[in-house]
Design a protein around this ligand. Structure first.
Ligand SMILES: Nc1ncnc2c1ncn2[C@@H]1O[C@H](COP(=O)(O)OP(=O)(O)OP(=O)(O)O)[C@@H](O)[C@H]1O
Length: 231
């Protein structure tokens, strides 16, 4: 079943059209990478899902249903969690308060304060610390933990490896593969070829606001793939 699809989406910030007919599809338990050079519109895909842009043509569908009026909360209410670029930690709330924000939709499932802290024990150790006191790696764990608290069917991560030590990126890769194997869809927006290759089964390349190439990762050579995302 399709969890999230964009159908020929043209989207604008004000008068600036950034997406020029984006189409892609992610099914349950699929691990998909969305890649492209800096500034091609990858984050704008997330912003469009979250109702930040104006859709001029085309539509976004969640579980096959066209969403007419996308708002910031639409994705979360429909089982899609987003880990924003820059992590979006509320710095003047504690770690535990940040985590509880993720549970606001009330969706049931395997993820709770207890299971998230079991996955990331540092979040239990630092539960009373303010978000701003965490290191970059800890903030990323908090952002992912908060996204899991919503018990999503699809997890979208925008540049999650940014600023992380290689050992933490390795752990992140293992976690995302495991979540996918447990049935969660993963949409990974990334520049790190290593992380993409370890996590994703399929890819879409965005160029000039549209999908320029797509297919299984196994079918594309390392050099050709690198060219698509070279900065
Ligand atoms: N709020 C905004 N208003 C107007 N233009 C914007 C806004 N946000 C982004 N843009 C522009 O939209 C284009 C696409 O930006 P976007 O952040 O989606 O790219 P990206 O592919 O995610 O890039 P990066 O890899 O650098 O994160 C850029 O030209 C950017 O300047």
């Amino acid at each position: 079943m399709s969890l999230l699809s964009f159908h020929d989406v043209h989207a604008l910030y004000g008068q600036a059209r950034i997406l020029n007919g984006v189409s892609f599809d992610i099914g349950a338990g699929e691990r998909v990478a969305l890649v492209g050079r800096n500034g091609v519109g990858k984050t704008t895909v997330v912003n469009t899902l979250c109702g930040v842009t104006r859709i001029e043509r085309g539509h976004v569908a969640i579980r096959g249903k066209a969403m007419r009026d996308l708002q910031r909360y639409t994705a979360a209410q429909n089982g899609i969690s987003v880990v924003l670029q820059g992590r979006g930690i509320i710095t003047n709330l504690t770690v535990e308060e940040n985590l509880l924000l993720g549970a606001a939709t009330g969706r049931r499932g395997p993820w709770s304060l207890a299971s998230v802290k079991q996955l990331f024990p540092i979040l239990e150790e630092r539960k009373a610390s303010l978000g701003l006191a965490l290191s970059g790696g800890q903030q990323q764990m908090l952002a992912i933990g908060r996204a899991l608290m919503a018990n999503p069917d699809l997890l979208i991560l925008d540049e999650p490896s940014e600023g992380l030590a290689p050992v933490i990126v390795d752990e992140l890769a293992e976690l995302l593969v495991r979540l996918g194997n447990d049935g969660m869809g993963i949409l990974l927006i990334e520049q790190s070829v290593g992380l993409i290759r370890r996590v994703a089964e399929r890819f879409y390349v965005l160029s000039k606001g549209a999908v320029a190439a797509s297919g299984p990762l196994a079918d594309i050579g390392a050099e050709e793939f690198q060219q698509h995302i070279a900065i």
